[in-house]
Design a protein around this ligand. Structure first.
Ligand code: AMP
Ligand code: MG
Length: 355
């Protein structure tokens, strides 16, 4: 509930800021070249912005943004782990002990997730659904007020060890105790698809942002798209750690312990779970990955978050990603040498450049 109210408030603020930018319109005959839409999807605030060139009319641009919004809402329905859509149906069948055919249009994301699981040595693992459910992080209405009993955590974790792998083109199962949850890769995959759809509709200059997980292509008129990376302990919705001018084709994805969490006994229990312990991963407040493919960056940000300050280098090398911004549990900020020249840190932010 708190999350939803916060998101609605953020949407209203974003909407008002947008209106403030648009009014007064100096030349009503020439509508603004920037089109924007904000809505709730995939448990977060999604915003689509497009800079319209001469190739499409304002009406066509609005239509394209509306179509992209509908596609994202369909995607959410289809991929929600416990809803009425296709993935919910797959998980219910697996829970009943069945073997399930994975629809052709879902094979790609299943395959991608499985590959990232292997590469990250299981630190990212979309077969983690039952553990996420146990912790209550699948839906804000189910957040707990204290951690689940250790025995229940171990019981939800055990089936993950040696769990059946997804093989492209083959039915999946039986897999007792396994449920799929694409929460750590789906936002990246979805923004990637939305950008492709907008490009096909004649909008090559767009940015699609799902709660700080974004894909940007092209430019904002004569300047690059500029994106803010949220401070993990932000006191206001707009407080950023750093800003980045995108290079015309870029994905910026963040995993943070502030997205979904509850507090108990002075401790924060958040939604990024360590598949080795079954507990929320300790060691980082946030991990940001900058690369070209949003789905891969999404899986990577989660895997690196779980890897923690000791092991992130090894996992980053395995995942082939080197442009990273890391905030550890004490709030210390590190940026890799490959990303450092691209970032403009907010005033007062101390940081270390690392290899
Ligand atoms: P992200 O914000 O991209 O790091 O994704 C976190 C979401 O992915 C959580 O809300 C869970 O639904 C799911 N999740 C949590 N831990 C893991 C993990 N270790 N591997 C894969 N998915 C996870
Ligand atoms: Mg992720």
């Amino acid at each position: 509930m708190r999350l939803r109210q916060g998101l609605v408030a953020a949407a209203v603020v974003a909407g008002l800021a947008y209106l403030a930018l648009r009014t007064p319109d100096p030349t009503p005959a020439q509508p603004s070249p920037v089109h924007r839409r904000d809505f709730l999807a995939m448990g977060t605030l999604v915003s689509i912005s497009a800079y319209r060139g001469d190739a499409v009319s304002p009406e066509q641009a609005e239509q394209a943004l509306g179509d992209a919004e509908r596609s994202l809402l369909d995607f959410e329905h289809r991929w929600s782990a416990w809803g009425e859509g296709e993935l919910g149906r797959i998980n219910r069948k697996l829970a009943a002990g069945d073997t399930v055919g994975i629809p052709p249009d879902m094979q790609d994301l299943f395959g991608l997730a499985m590959e990232q699981t292997r590469k990250s040595r299981g630190l990212f693992d979309a077969r983690i659904g039952n553990l996420v459910w146990l912790w209550g992080f699948d839906d804000e209405s189910r957040y707990r007020s204290e951690p689940p009993p250790a025995a229940e955590v171990q019981a939800a974790l055990a089936p993950l060890r040696g769990a059946r792998e997804f093989e492209p083109g083959k039915p999946y199962g039986p897999a007792p105790g396994v449920a799929w949850d694409f929460g750590a890769i789906a936002k990246g995959y979805a923004v990637e698809q939305a950008v492709a759809q907008l490009k096909r509709a004649g909008l090559p200059d767009v940015i699609v942002n799902a709660g700080g997980n974004l894909r940007a292509v092209g430019r904002h008129g004569d300047r690059p798209w500029r994106v803010g990376i949220r401070h993990p302990r932000a006191k206001s919705p707009g407080e950023v750690l750093a800003a980045l001018n995108t290079d015309g084709d870029e994905a910026v994805l963040t995993s943070g312990d502030y997205e979904r969490y509850f507090e108990h006994g002075g401790r924060r229990y958040h939604h990024i779970l360590d598949p080795r312990s079954g507990e929320p991963a300790r060691g980082f407040q946030s991990v940001t990955v900058v690369t070209r493919d949003a789905a891969l960056a999404d899986a990577a940000s989660t895997a690196l978050f779980v890897a923690g300050p000791e092991h992130w280098r090894d996992i980053a090398a395995r995942l082939g990603t080197d442009r990273l911004l890391l905030v550890d549990a004490e709030g210390r900020v590190a940026v890799t040498r490959a990303l450092a020249p691209r970032l403009e840190f907010a005033p007062g932010i101390q940081y270390q450049v690392v290899e």
